[in-house]
Design a protein around this ligand. Structure first.
Ligand code: UTP
Length: 528
């Protein structure tokens, strides 16, 4: 009853064209903007990195991924074909690389739960201690067919209701119900970090973002990127109400433009002199101070305001194009805070922290044509290599620039395929100590796995794999590698291949490689 009543109220408001932020005056929020690799960035990393082990990590992975249309769960997709690592394995190994005993919680849904559990079981939880891993499952909610909020029968079954995902905002109520925040707090944890299913890059920004949470004593820290005006991404906005209330919250792009037009910016969602919207773009990676979070959960029990976003098929707004439902978003947690103190953001360049996999090839082509972020499995993988190359460049490597190629209709910048293992360099600062200079050609492949490897003056034209077990202290000095390497080959019509390749449109052919594998602890020096 509460669901239907709330739906009717929100549908009525939607018909009237009401904005949930009506009555608020938007302002640009206060936050930190860190230039990747700058002294401030490295200082914040150094401050945050040792504290990542004191965090609890929460991965929201209940989304169906309709736009991608992949048959499996998104977290099982390879982040990189070269390292053969899935998103989930990468996340787990990253968290383990921080040391300590940080717990990980996955929010699943009926669409993803059994496949997630099976994937973890099949892979022995990727070495993550099972007692530190929790799964909480969200429920789906009934679809609504009209403004009176009538339910819809499930396709082909008049005795069941059609249901849809309720959004990642359920995570707070589920964590509260499972008693996890209280337990983490009692165990001495200090922060909780929320992240999404297919954005591997976010881990490059977490150490510095946590450093900013510590420096500014932030109860809520949203990771943001410069937002293009009109981009279909939410913005962090400080909202001032006539009664003196101030909140800092995410405003979705479809609400931002009308809000700005009605208040401070008659031109709406436009760029300022920087070329970007003055409002930071939300990437939905959040760091909360655990104490304040647990306190707030005890009051509101994790309830997050719902919203509805029907697409109408007539001008009178009486018919829907397809059934809709109530949803909630995890970032709307800040709507219920009494004031905006302690709510901030940390902004990074997009290339270091955000590239998600959301779109199938036809949709990705349409995005590319509209000059919008492509967000395909292929662009996600290439953005990952690009970021690894950028990091090596900061560490003194000279890398041949990437070249633009169109693969399966998607324009991709293809350069050296560099995959640095999650335990090789958990921050840029650590990488600067472990990699010093060298030359790498565009078609090369470089895979480095191991916590204690120092590489100096590498000369690479081909494929090189360096793998060392913990306890193996490896020093490679001035080595030269020349071989035929691996080749990225575009799939051809009719090629039979696994779905994770088909959604990319390419595969790798391993022609030749040099592998330096160190399987026993000890000190190793390899020189030219
Ligand atoms: P996305 O925006 O990628 O949506 O979700 P989606 O539902 O997964 O994909 P589409 O829209 O059907 O194509 C952002 C994050 O929120 C999680 C997703 O798993 C992803 O990590 N999510 C989304 C949930 O956990 N639950 C939901 O109900 C929806």
């Amino acid at each position: 009853v509460a669901y239907v009543e709330n739906a009717r109220k929100l549908l009525e408001a939607s018909r009237r064209g009401a904005n949930p932020f009506d009555g608020a005056t938007p302002e640009i929020p206060k936050g930190s903007r860190l230039e990747s690799g700058s002294k401030e960035f490295l200082d914040s990393e150094a401050l945050g990195l040792p504290h990542l082990r004191e965090c609890a990590f929460v991965l929201v992975a209940g989304g169906l991924g309709e736009r991608l249309g992949y048959g499996g769960i998104k977290i099982a997709l390879p982040l990189s074909l070269c390292s053969e690592r899935s998103f989930l394995q990468y996340y787990i190994e990253r968290i383990m690389s921080y040391g300590g005993d940080a717990p990980l919680t996955l929010m699943t849904s009926d669409d993803t739960h059994s496949a997630t559990l099976a994937f973890l079981e099949e892979n022995n939880y990727f070495g993550f201690p099972r007692k530190r891993l929790s799964l909480v499952k969200q429920e789906k909610v009934p679809s609504l067919s009209d403004n009176r909020a009538h339910f819809v029968c499930a396709p082909g079954n008049p005795y069941a209701l059609e249901t849809k995902p309720h959004g990642h905002g359920d995570v707070h109520a589920l964590l509260h119900r499972a008693g996890l925040p209280e337990r983490w707090l009692a165990a001495g944890r200090r922060w909780v970090i929320f992240f999404q299913d297919t954005n591997g890059l976010v881990f490059h920004a977490l150490p510095a973002a946590l450093g900013e949470s510590i420096r500014h004593e932030l109860a809520v820290n949203s990771l943001t990127v410069p937002r293009r005006a009109g981009e279909a991404a939410g913005a962090i906005v400080r909202l001032k109400y006539a009664d003196g209330r101030v909140i800092t919250n995410n405003v979705e792009y479809n609400q931002l433009d009308p809000l700005l037009r009605a208040t401070v910016q008659p031109a709406g969602d436009v760029a300022d002199e920087s070329g970007y919207s003055p409002y930071p773009g939300n990437i939905n990676a959040l760091i909360f101070g655990l104490e304040a979070y647990a306190r707030q959960l005890a009051i509101k029990k994790g309830a997050i305001p719902e919203f509805i976003n029907p697409k109408y098929s007539n001008a009178e707004k009486t018919k829907f194009k397809k059934p809709t439902r109530l949803e909630c978003m995890m970032q709307d947690y800040t709507l219920q805070l009494d004031d905006a103190r302690g709510v901030g953001f940390t902004q990074f360049e997009r290339h270091i922290c955000f590239s998600a996999v959301k779109n199938n090839l036809p949709e990705a082509m349409a995005k590319a044509a509209a000059n919008l972020p492509i967000e395909s499995a292929s662009s996600g993988e290439m953005d990952y290599y690009a970021q690894e190359r950028w990091r090596l460049t900061r560490a003194g490597a000279v890398i041949e620039p990437a070249e633009r190629r169109t693969i399966a209709g998607i324009p991709l910048d293809i350069g050296a395929f560099v995959a640095l293992g999650p335990n090789y360099a958990p921050s840029l600062g650590t990488l600067l100590q472990r990699f010093k200079g060298g030359r790498i050609t565009r078609s090369s492949v470089l895979i480095i796995e191991g916590p204690d490897i120092l590489i100096e003056d590498l000369d690479l034209d081909g494929a090189l794999i360096v793998q060392a077990v913990p306890g193996a202290k490896v020093h490679l000095r001035g080595i030269q590698v020349r071989n035929r390497g691996w080749k990225l080959t575009e799939l051809e019509a009719g090629d039979v291949c696994p779905e994770e390749l088909a959604i990319r449109g390419y595969r790798f052919e391993k022609l030749e490689e040099r592998a330096l594998i160190f399987e026993k602890p000890g000190d190793y020096l390899i020189e030219a």
